[in-house]
Design a protein around this ligand. Structure first.
Ligand SMILES: [Mn+2]
Length: 426
């Protein structure tokens, strides 16, 4: 409540400038026949989950530079996501990584989540690291391992994740498999796929009926010769093998340079098999940069396909689980997350403003230039005032990052949690 009152004061200081921008944009859009409030309502409804592992400074294999005041427990992680949500009103859930976040008292956590207006998004299993006390190693794989005992251990871990999720009212298990090989001949490709399909079947059977299993893919890293699930085709083949509760998860950073991700998104939605989406920015691969920081036009083209499919009643794709999946070591993690959400919402708004009837006509007539110009027109609209207005109407900040700094949130966190606190994660 205290923050909400402080935000009212901060918003009042920014009100005149904000209203000028909003009015200007409203005039432009009204001329185009756009009902500005209906776009604002869609932005207000768009919620992106925050992963627990993005709240601390990420690292590389060379080092980690924590900035202080990092959350020391799951409760403090929930507190940080609650703060982000209070500022932007668009981050209403938290995604957990087991065993980095082992929920203790489920009822107490539920009450804490509720007090911040949050829910649990997905639970994410981790078979890419050996945990202390774990009897068998994942060095040579987990769900695809040649040894049935290792596979069984990985299945049990995923079932434990489901149990934690059930206690916290989650409905999604996300599996990202680090299995693969580094040298030719190391792994039998066909048998590795089959072992994975069989172990996933055991996990799938443990999934409650109203749950979704999301299967993520990644072309390389940690393995560099082959990954067991390197691409969307392999993910989709496993989902089809398992059944209707399994869907493909697209992570923006999990593609080779110049991959046409917008086409992948369109294909998967056409098949009704796109289940989730991980946002981040990428220069080379899985770089974990701020969403929209490197290739904003490509990001817009991806959102264009998402909005196109979501607004087409003929597309039978389930609602998507949106999540940021990024954690790097340069910025304050909370400021970075605010920037990412901001870029997601402004880009979503641009895609909403595209005139799809005109685009369809141009495509139908093979008018390449008009089709492209329609995309470029929508991309060029500065939608920041719409996003600010959506946050304001929802009780958030007109300028979330400015508010984060004005309220000295990092300084307060360091004072409370200490300079050397380190969050669990990578
Ligand atoms: Mn991911």
């Amino acid at each position: 409540m205290l923050i909400q009152e402080q935000l009212l004061d901060l918003n009042e200081k920014k009100r005149a400038g904000h209203e000028f921008h909003l009015q200007y944009l409203a005039e432009i859009l009204t001329r185009k026949g756009v009902d500005i409030q209906s776009v604002i309502e869609k932005i207000k409804a768009f919620q992106v989950a925050i992963p627990s592992w993005a709240l601390g400074t990420g690292g590389t294999r060379f080092g980690r530079y924590p900035g202080g005041g990092e959350p020391r427990s799951l409760e403090e992680k929930i507190e940080d996501v609650g703060l982000l949500h209070a500022l932007n009103r668009s981050s209403d859930s938290i995604s957990l990584h087991i065993p980095w976040d082992i929920p203790g008292d489920a009822a107490a956590l539920q009450a804490l989540l509720k007090s911040h207006g949050l829910t649990i998004d997905s639970v994410n299993s981790n078979t890419f690291q050996d945990q202390s006390g774990q009897p068998l190693s994942y060095k040579f794989g987990s769900l695809s391992h040649t040894d049935a005992a290792v596979r069984r251990q990985a299945i049990e871990h995923n079932i434990t994740c489901i149990e934690h999720g059930v206690a916290l009212d989650s409905k999604v298990l996300t599996v990202w498999l680090a299995d693969g090989s580094n040298f030719p001949g190391q792994q039998h490709f066909r048998r590795a796929w089959q072992r994975t399909a069989d172990t996933l079947t055991d996990i799938y059977q443990a999934l409650p009926d109203d749950w979704t299993l999301l299967i993520e893919y990644k072309p390389y890293e940690p393995h560099f010769y082959s990954m067991v699930i390197p691409d969307w085709g392999t993910s989709l083949s496993l989902c089809q093998y398992l059944g209707k509760k399994a869907h493909v998860l697209v992570d923006l950073g999990h593609h080779l340079p110049n991959t046409n991700i917008e086409q992948i998104v369109a294909r998967l939605m056409h098949f009704g098999r796109l289940g989730g989406f991980h946002f981040n920015g990428s220069m080379y691969g899985d770089d974990d940069l701020t969403t929209g920081s490197i290739k904003p036009y490509q990001f817009f083209l991806i959102f264009n396909e998402l909005v196109d499919a979501m607004s087409d009643p003929a597309v039978k794709n389930p609602p998507l689980a949106w999540m940021i999946d990024a954690s790097h070591n340069t910025k304050d993690p909370l400021e970075d997350l605010l920037q990412s959400v901001q870029n997601i919402l402004t880009t979503y708004a641009k895609a909403l403003l595209l005139d799809r009837n005109q685009l369809e006509a141009a495509q139908q007539n093979n008018d390449v230039v008009t089709a492209e110009e329609l995309l470029r027109d929508a991309f060029a609209i500065d939608t920041r005032a719409l996003v600010a207005e959506a946050a304001r109407q929802n009780g958030g900040a007109i300028d979330p990052i400015g508010a984060f700094r004005d309220l000295k949130i990092r300084e307060n966190r360091i004072e409370k949690r200490g300079k050397k606190s380190v969050a669990t994660g990578l």
